[in-house]
Design a binder for this molecule. Structure first.
Ligand code: GLU
Length: 309
């Protein structure tokens, strides 16, 4: 009875998917294993808020001043980078710390930031239509995007990599993806790179990487591809189930997205990042968040203070 058989299989897979999702969301390993260490509020640095700061040449800053706080676009499902606690609504991670540092430098107390979750495909539109003042969420700086938005930074250098199940032995790098189902986020640079350079891979796109990871755990796809920093966070949550394989095969410099043409805001953020790298706050923030996924703090990449647009 192939029909009944496939229904049962599908039900089993759905049940498995839900159970695994619950594990990933709860941030614990298998039953009995200790919860994975995550950023704790008490260990996070606090950033001194700039007093009497003004930036009248920046329309974005002026708008935020009238409103009384910044509205910052972020991710909510990327462990150690930008993650929202579903119970408390609190966001944590390295990108969130960068956002808080920038808020403090612009004269707005970090606890007043209004975070908005925006997916990879919607970042440029959100900045263009004024829905957010800036975006801090694993956002690669590149020339194509610079035509649509502005970028301060970079503040971190990631590289594209691959996440597979621990029982996967065939996929060791992008050269092994022919005929394999590979999942990534719509509108992301890793998706575009696979499409352009590894056309034999069978690409699957979702709005978020966490949905890709659910699909990987339930054997709907064979690999998830995006930046190593993001994938290491998922692997750290369920190390018995998932592993990152091979070496990074791109450079993904993370920038802070701002409305294009708001050069005053962009340069102020470049200055604030440079100061945070000098005075140790950048490293403190890294150690308390992304550093927990295993890698010691790297040297931050040089800031690319490109001319006014
Ligand atoms: N850094 C890559 C990008 O900006 C991938 C991560 C993401 O989608 O946020 O497209």
């Amino acid at each position: 009875m192939p029909h009944r058989h496939s229904t049962r299989l599908r039900r089993t897979l759905v049940a498995l998917a839900l159970a695994l999702l619950a594990l990933v969301v709860a941030g614990c390993g298998r039953e009995g294993s200790p919860p994975v260490k995550g950023p704790k509020g008490s260990e996070l640095p606090t950033y001194p808020v700039a007093k009497n700061f003004t930036l009248p040449e920046s329309p974005t800053w002026e708008k935020a001043k009238r409103r009384g706080h910044l509205v910052i676009g972020v991710k909510e499902d990327q462990p150690y980078l930008g993650e929202k606690d579903p119970a408390t609504g609190v966001y944590t991670g390295f990108d969130i710390e960068i956002a808080k540092m920038m808020s403090a430098a612009l004269g707005f107390p970090p606890d007043t930031i209004q975070f908005q979750t925006i997916s990879s495909a919607n970042r440029e539109t959100a900045l263009q239509n004024g829905q957010i003042d800036m975006y801090v969420g694993t956002y690669t700086i590149n020339d194509k995007r610079k035509k649509l938005v502005g970028f301060a930074g970079p503040y971190y250098m990631a590289g594209q990599s691959l996440l597979v199940r621990t029982d996967e032995n065939d996929i060791k790098g992008p050269q092994d993806l022919a005929g394999k189902r590979v999942c990534s986020a719509a509108g992301s640079t890793p998706y575009q790179r696979i499409q352009a350079e590894y056309p034999k891979a069978v690409l699957v796109a979702y709005d978020t990487y966490s949905v890709c990871v659910d699909n990987l755990l339930t054997y709907q796809v064979d690999a998830v591809t995006t930046d190593d920093a993001i994938l290491l966070g998922y692997a750290a949550k369920v190390p018995e189930e998932l592993k990152v394989v091979g070496k990074p095969f791109s450079e993904e410099p993370y920038g802070i997205g701002v409305p294009r043409g708001d050069n005053a805001l962009r340069f102020a953020l470049d200055d604030a990042l440079a100061a945070a790298e000098r005075n140790g706050y950048w490293k403190k923030a890294y150690d308390a968040t992304l550093g927990l996924s295993g890698a010691p703090a790297p040297e931050p990449p040089p800031i690319d203070r490109y001319p006014a647009t």
